[in-house]
Design a protein around this ligand. Structure first.
Ligand code: GLA
Length: 373
């Protein structure tokens, strides 16, 4: 049960012209902390509500670092919740397909749940048929993170910290991870990940938000999708890469110019669940995708430092879960754009390395920017 919130910050930002034009520009940014419930082990979990000066709202719990709500204006200024999830902790504890959570240590699959590093074979949980998925049985999506509200010139945020001990879920090394969510006045949800380790280990962190820019009023098939990728990672029937990066131009995989998600759905058995290889420029952060939903006018742009994005159309949703606002989560009710490294990189020598070594710093940044047209 969500109790009465405590306003942690009420930030009085003033515009640069304030003295000149004598207008009073009182900040509407705030962070509210509420009790979100107690885990089965008796640990209390919180829910933080972040609000920017435009009234955009993001709710985040320190259980799994889950973004439970994302309230974004449409072209008429009406707010809708554009992310899938629940309004109570118990529903998350009961099990869900990674709604809005931080995924680690390794997002997506590792073949047969094993990899070799410096001559040692490491065994991981096989929690997705014969493969390892999203960090194992109790991945970062189910951990309780230390949380600290943040306010700076960009906006309001929440800094989450977790230490994953040596051999947790079979992965070597003590990994120290910080994930900071910032809600900016540019209507961006900006996620910054940093990590260090004391033994080499594959690391591939991502955020598993599901979006529906109609606010759940319709399925996602009429959303217009553009993905900045000329190639995708070919996978076998267990969704493990074959090693081939295939040109997609002109095929049903091609989103280099805007196409509705549903336009070629009949040619993609089961729906999209593919890793797109981002066309990287010389800048550190590149456009990954742009999504436009015509009825609401909402636009979401995704930018990232990562080499690829997993475009997933909720193919495994089966109507057995009902989320916020009584929306039944059936197939194609939400889509994900998970920015990350390629699946199974620890077993694929031709893929960019995901090994984090002692003395190095893992860092990745991804921005989900909302606007209307
Ligand atoms: C990722 C994977 C999918 C599926 C979902 C979770 O997006 O690519 O195959 O496992 O996570 O249901």
């Amino acid at each position: 049960m969500v109790g009465l919130g405590v306003v942690l910050n009420f930030i009085g930002c003033k515009s640069q012209n304030e003295t000149k034009n004598k207008t009073q520009n009182v900040s509407k940014m705030e962070i509210i902390k509420e009790n979100f419930g107690t885990t089965t082990e008796g640990v209390t979990v919180d829910l933080y509500t972040l609000k920017n000066n435009n009234g955009m709202i993001v709710k985040i719990t320190n259980y799994g670092g889950i973004v439970t709500s994302l309230l974004v204006p449409d072209k008429n200024g009406n707010m809708d919740d554009v992310t899938l999830g629940f309004d109570n902790l118990q529903a998350y504890l009961d099990g869900h397909p990674y709604f809005g959570c931080i995924v680690g240590r390794y997002g997506n699959r590792i073949a047969k749940g094993k990899f070799e590093l410096d001559g040692v074979e490491y065994k991981l949980a096989t929690n997705n048929d014969e493969n390892h998925l999203h960090g194992g049985e109790i991945g970062f999506d189910k951990k309780i993170w230390d949380a600290e509200p943040v306010e700076n010139e960009e906006g309001v945020g929440l800094k989450l910290h977790y230490v994953s001990e040596d051999m947790e879920e079979g992965y070597p090394g003590n990994l120290d991870v910080t994930v900071t969510y910032m809600l900016t006045d540019e209507n961006e949800l900006k996620i910054n990940y940093e990590a260090t380790i004391n033994k080499p280990c594959p690391i591939n962190l991502t955020w598993h938000g599901y979006f529906n820019l109609t606010g759940g009023k319709e399925k996602i098939l009429n959303h217009e999708m553009e993905i900045n990728a000329d190639k995708y990672v070919v996978v076998d029937e267990t969704l493990i890469p074959t090693g081939e990066l295939r040109d997609l131009i002109g095929s049903e995989m091609d989103f280099t110019s805007p196409k509705t998600i549903g336009s070629r759905f009949d040619k993609v058995p089961g729906g999209y669940d593919h890793t797109y290889v981002i066309n990287k420029s010389s800048s550190e952060i590149d456009l990954v995708a742009r999504v436009y939903e015509p009825t609401s006018g909402r636009v979401m742009e995704v930018y990232s430092t990562e080499p690829s994005v997993q475009f997933y159309t909720g193919n495994f949703l089966d109507g057995s879960l009902t989320g916020k606002n009584e929306i039944v989560y059936e197939k194609q009710v939400g889509f994900c754009l998970e920015t990350q490294h390629f699946p199974d990189s620890p077993n694929q020598p031709s893929f960019p390395s995901t090994i984090l070594k002692p003395g190095e710093k893992y860092s990745q940044t991804t921005i989900y920017k909302f606007s209307t047209k």
